[in-house]
Structure formats: structure tokens, C-alpha cells
Design a binder for this molecule. Structure first.
Ligand code: CA
Length: 623
């Protein structure tokens, strides 16, 4: 049927071509996604999704050197038309007129091809030399109170409501760039800034309602581009949070779905089982596999059906469009494993095909190493799957981190459990590409998870920052923000950052009103982060750790020239650490600098550790 319609329409177009066009009608195109494309992309085709009343009745034609239409596709919904352009080397940036014909009617509609930014394809991503700051823009800084409510967007700001919008925005992100850079973070991961016109809980942004629009309550597209450019000028990279798996129920598609299989489960809501293991479990039933992938995350979060080829292209192009438009260094990919596995592999492969060095980290919220390792690049899995994903969020180490620090030191709890965890690094081709974090927008705050113990919090942060990983820190950790410990108290994990709103009694940007413990924590983290920026051995060096003993855990990062020693001491009294067992990495009498205090030390047969302490020693370089 579809083919017949296409043939008839093409026939009409040919006939129309024989006669002079009658008066040009108004453009039948209400919207096109992506709104522009570029010349000089590695993948030479782009599939435009045109939307407008009865747009499918029109047939497109281009007559521009280097540009051809290689496919037009229609669904049973007449209000959508997909046009695939092939853009060859001789194509020039600029206006691209597209003639649309319907019977005797003809009209010209303008698309645009742009020039790419110089060096775009070879842009640097993020890596182990970076420290990522995860923040929630609505809860960070309200730089422009005038945009808190915007016409056409349902939810109004209400700072008293834990799950409401609080007014933070891109202007606030821009205002805070100096603070972020001075703290020593190098990379910013804001939770999604795209339009989320959901009736409630829209502040978290994971229910996108227009994937090509910045939510006006955050600012404009130009504001976003300016934010990324200013960040780059200060040496900061920006990661965009994308959600290939689902949309918000307020998405503009939902009023008129482009195809009967545009969403998973034939556009009908059914809950996902959250059974992540089914993707690789050799005994999983097809039913269970399908229920995991095709189930919706929630009735308010419809699941995109990436087995529809037009949807798949839409998703791939949307990611590339943001990278190219905004100047991104990387992507954080929400619910990575919930998408169809073949699709998400192709999505990742296509993006990396355009930007080989781009940083990409996928979320797979599982503390099972076998499940997590399935998605990491560089290994052929038992079922033949080879993931191209450079980085995976390290829930395997994150999840038990607070517990192992809280617990007493016994033969199998505390540091020993943390030590034992790292054996699963053998499952990864490159465990140093995993992103380890103290917390994120979905987890209780680390200070609270550690019973508001500042010493244990320093141990957690030192571990995250010196481990063979790409580290990520949650906003607010720097000033010991608190939250409930309950795992589902999501709104309360996302309190406003102090000082982000005019009139805040406490201001973490200026230090006004911080308790001494908070100010100390912030200064300690600033010292460690800024040192880490320069410590190449922490970015690239090997890791060796020693079986924890008597309440102390010792780890080394090392290469041929440099060695850094991290000592975590849980004992509540001063502890004498006998250095003999560390000879492999610690020559007797080595000189070192204490990274936190700046003091010079000479490492003899014993090191005295302060009670409940973190010690970071940078050994003098081997010459
Ligand atoms: Ca605002």
C-alpha cells in the first residue's frame, strides 16, 4: 500500500513537471528535523523528517550541485514525510531550496546546509585527565529570574516544592564557570536542558518534549551555545545528557504519532521489567528480553521504537546535531541498556564515526560486573555482541563504596570488600575508561550515605579521584550537602546549591555562611582537584593496591617516572604503617610531597598516619 501511494505520488510529481506551476501555495512544511545539516560530514546522508498537514502528498526535488534526494519515505500518517539527502563533496554550505510538488501545485521550501567548525571531527573528548561535575541546572544557579516561567510551558516555578521547578538556568551556569574552573573540575555534565514541557517534575529534564529545543526556562539555543563556548574558553569541556530510550508524554509527537510503530509495543504503554540481565543472560526467554527493551520506563516516559528505521535515524542525527551545533566534548547517555541493543550499537558507532575522540559514557545502573562489562568497548561478549561504547558509569564500584567505608574492618568487610571488587576489572578491555562517581542526581548524597562523617567523605572522594577511572563528582558534595538515605527520595537528592539564588543565607560561591566543616571540605577538594589536573601519573599510570590490613588501605598509581601513594586510614587513633610490604612501589628513604598539606616528607621504615585520615603522597620523580 505504502509503495503504491509512493508510486502514485511520484507520478503526480512527474505530471506536474510538464505544466507551469499554478500560484505557489503556502509552504506545507510546518517543521523539519533536523532543522539544518552540514556539508563535509563523513556519513553523507541525512534523513529529514518533514511535518505538516498532508505533507506526505507532496514530492520533493532538489537541483543543487552535490545534493541528491536518494529516498522519500511515507508512513500511514499523511502529516509526515521523510526525505533522505545525499550530500557529496561538491555541495556548498548555504540555502538549499527544495521544490515540493502536489499535482499542479508547486512550492519551494528552504533547507540549510552549514559549514562545520574547523577541527570538528577531531575534537577532543573527556578522559582520565578530566574530572566531571554533574549538576542539575534547575537546582544550580538562577542567573535570570525573569525566565522562571515562560509562555507555552505548563509548569510554573515554585521553589518551595521539592519536585517543582526552582528557576536555575543557563545564565546561572555561565555565572558559575569561574567557580567551577577554580575548584578544579574540568568537565561539566548538566542533566538535560532540552524542552521538557511535562505537567509535573519537569525540572529533571529526562522527559524531553522537543529534542531540538532548549527549554526556554533555561534560556535559548544561543545561550546554550554561548555557555559551551565560554566554558571552552576557560578550559572546561561540556557533556550533553541525551535520552535515546524515551521521551516525555508531553512530546509534540504524542498529539499525532508519526507511525503506528513509532513507539515501542505498537505505541501502547506497558511497563519495562527493568530486567537488565536479559540482554546477555544465555537462558533469558524472548518474552523477557522483549519486555525489558520494549517496555516503557513509565507511562509518562513513552519508549521510542528504534527498530523503526526512521526513528533510528532521527535519534542518531539528533545526537550528531547537538555535538556539531553546541561544540560538545561528549555525551552522557541515559538508560543506555534500555534501548534495543543492535540500535544503540549502531547509534554509538555512527556518532563515533563522525567524532572518533568524542567522550561517551552510558548509564547501566547495575552493580553486577557481568552486566556492566557487557556494554564496555573492546570485548566480544559470549553472545557475540561487541559494544563500541567508550565509557560506562561504574555502578559496580559506586554502589558498595559508602557501605564499605561505613562498615567495621573485619576479615571480609570494609576495605577488604572494596579491595575485592577490583578483581572484576579483568572483565574490561580498558577499565580506566569507566566513570566512577561519588553520586549523581539519582543517588543519596555521599556525605549522608556516610552518616555525615566528613573524614569518611574525604576517603570516598580521594578513592574516586585517584582510582584508575574517569572521576565524576556530584554538585554539592564540595560543601557536604545532605539528603535522605532512602534510595527513592529523588527530589531530595537535588536540593538547591547554596548561593545560587539571591537572598540565600549560605553562599558556597563566596563562602559566606558556610560552616567550618563545609569550608574545610571545599578547600580540601579544591586542593586535590587542582593537583590532580597536573598529575599525569593519575591520568595514565598503572594501579597497584595492597590487601588492606589493620584498618588501612594503600593504593599506588605509578609509571616509570612517577609514583603517587594513597593511604586511607579508618582507625580512630594514630596508626603506624610499616612500609616494608610496599617495597615494590616504595623505595626505602624515598622523598615525597604530601599533596594535601604541601609538606616534604622522607619515607622511612614506618609512616605515621593521623586518625581517620586520607594521605596522598607524591614521590619524587625518578630521574
Ligand atoms: Ca531562571
Amino acid at each position: 500500500m505504502r509503495a503504491l501511494v509512493r508510486r502514485l505520488l511520484t507520478g503526480f510529481a512527474l505530471l506536474a513537471g510538464l505544466h507551469p506551476a499554478v500560484a505557489a501555495p503556502a509552504s506545507p512544511v510546518s517543521r523539519v528535523d533536523p532543522p539544518n545539516w552540514w556539508v563535509g560530514m563523513r556519513h553523507e546522508q541525512v534523513e529529514l523528517m518533514l511535518n505538516g498537514p498532508h505533507i506526505a502528498e507532496w514530492s520533493p526535488n532538489v537541483n543543487v550541485p552535490g545534493v541528491r534526494i536518494v529516498a522519500t519515505t511515507r508512513s500511514s500518517n499523511p502529516n509526515y514525510l521523510w526525505v533522505t539527502l545525499d550530500i557529496q563533496g561538491e555541495a556548498r554550505a548555504g540555502a538549499l531550496p527544495v521544490t515540493l510538488r502536489r499535482g499542479a501545485e508547486a512550492t519551494t521550501w528552504g533547507y540549510e546546509l552549514r559549514e562545520r567548525e574547523r577541527g570538528s571531527a577531531q575534537r577532543a573528548g573527556f578522559g582520565a585527565a578530566d574530572v566531571i561535575l554533574n549538576l542539575m541546572p534547575d537546582r544550580w544557579v538562577n542567573g535570570d529570574p525573569d525566565n522562571d516561567n515562560r509562555p507555552g510551558l505548563t509548569e510554573q516555578a515554585d521553589r518551595k516544592l521539592a519536585g517543582g521547578r526552582h528557576g536555575g538556568d543557563i545564565a546561572g551556569l555561565i555565572q558559575s564557570l569561574d567557580h567551577i574552573a577554580a575548584m578544579g573540575y574540568t568537565t561539566i555534565w548538566p542533566t538535560p536542558l532540552t524542552e521538557s514541557n511535562q505537567p509535573a517534575f519537569s525540572y529533571h529534564g529526562y522527559g524531553t518534549t522537543d529534542a531540538y529545543r532548549i527549554d526556554p526556562r533555561y534560556g535559548s539555543m544561543a545561550d546554550y551555545q554561548r555557555f559551551v563556548a565560554l566554558a571552552r574558553a576557560k578550559g572546561l569541556k561540556v557533556i550533553q545528557d541525551l535520552v535515546p530510550n524515551h521521551i516525555g508524554s508531553g512530546h509534540w509527537w504524542m498529539k499525532d504519532l508519526p507511525a503506528p510503530d513509532w513507539l515501542s509495543n505498537r505505541n501502547q504503554f506497558v511497563f519495562t521489567s527493568h530486567a537488565r540481565t536479559t540482554v546477555s543472560d544465555p537462558y533469558a526467554s524472548a518474552f523477557d528480553k522483549e519486555r525489558f527493551t520494549s517496555g516503557w520506563f513509565d507511562s509518562s516516559l513513552p519508549d521510542k521504537n528504534h527498530r523503526n528505521p526512521q526513528m533510528a535515524n532521527y535519534e542518531i542525527q539528533n545526537a550528531i546535531w547537538w555535538i556539531e551545533t553546541a561544540g560538545l566534548a561528549g555525551l552522557r547517555v541515559d538508560t543506555y541498556a534500555y534501548s534495543d541493543a543492535a540500535f544503540i550499537r549502531e547509534w554509538t558507532r555512527r556518532i563515533l564515526g563522525e567524532y572518533p575522540q568524542l567522550g561517551m559514557v552510558g548509564e547501566e545502573w547495575s552493580d553486577n560486573p557481568s552486566v556492566q562489562a557487557f556494554w564496555a568497548r573492546g570485548r566480544t561478549q559470549a553472545n557475540g555482541y561487541v559494544s563500541p561504547l567508550p565509557s560506562v558509569m561504574d555502578f559496580v564500584v559506586h554502589t558498595p563504596l559508602a557501605k564499605t567505608l561505613r562498615e567495621p574492618e573485619t576479615f571480609n568487610t570494609g576495605f577488604k570488600e572494596l579491595y575485592n571488587l577490583l578483581v572484576s576489572d579483568q572483565l574490561y578491555a580498558d577499565p580506566g575508561r569507566l566513570v566512577l562517581f561519588d553520586g549523581n542526581h539519582d543517588t543519596p548524597r555521599i556525605f549522608s550515605a556516610l552518616n555525615e562523617d566528613a573524614a569518611l567523605t574525604r576517603m570516598a572522594l580521594a578513592y574516586v579521584l585517584l582510582m584508575k577511572r574517569i572521576p565524576q563528582i556530584y554538585y554539592g558534595t564540595e560543601v557536604l550537602m545532605t539528603s535522605p538515605k532512602a534510595l527513592n527520595a529523588f527530589d531530595a537528592f537535588r536540593d538547591d546549591f547554596p548561593g545560587g539564588w539571591s537572598g540565600d543565607a549560605v553562599n558556597a560561591f563566596t563562602g559566606v555562611g558556610l560552616k567550618p566543616e563545609q569550608a574545610q571540605a571545599q578547600a580540601w577538594l579544591r586542593t586535590l582537584l587542582n593537583w590532580r589536573k597536573t598529575a599525569r601519573v593519575v591520568h595514565e599510570g598503572q594501579l597497584m593496591h595492597f590487601h588492606p590490613d589493620a584498618g588501612a588501605y594503600v593504593l599506588f598509581r605509578y609509571d616509570e617516572r612517577d609514583t603517587v601513594m594513597l593511604i586511607l586510614n579508618k582507625n580512630s587513633t594514630p596508626t603506624l604503617l610499616d612500609t616494608v610490604r610496599y617495597r615494590e612501589r616504595l623505595p626505602l628513604g624515598a622523598g615525597a610531597r604530601d599533596v594535601i598539606t604541601g609538606e616534604r616528607v622522607t619515607l622511612g621504615a614506618q609512616i605515621t598516619l593521623p586518625p581517620r585520615s586520607v594521605t596522598v603522597l607524591q614521590l619524587d620523580a625518578v630521574r
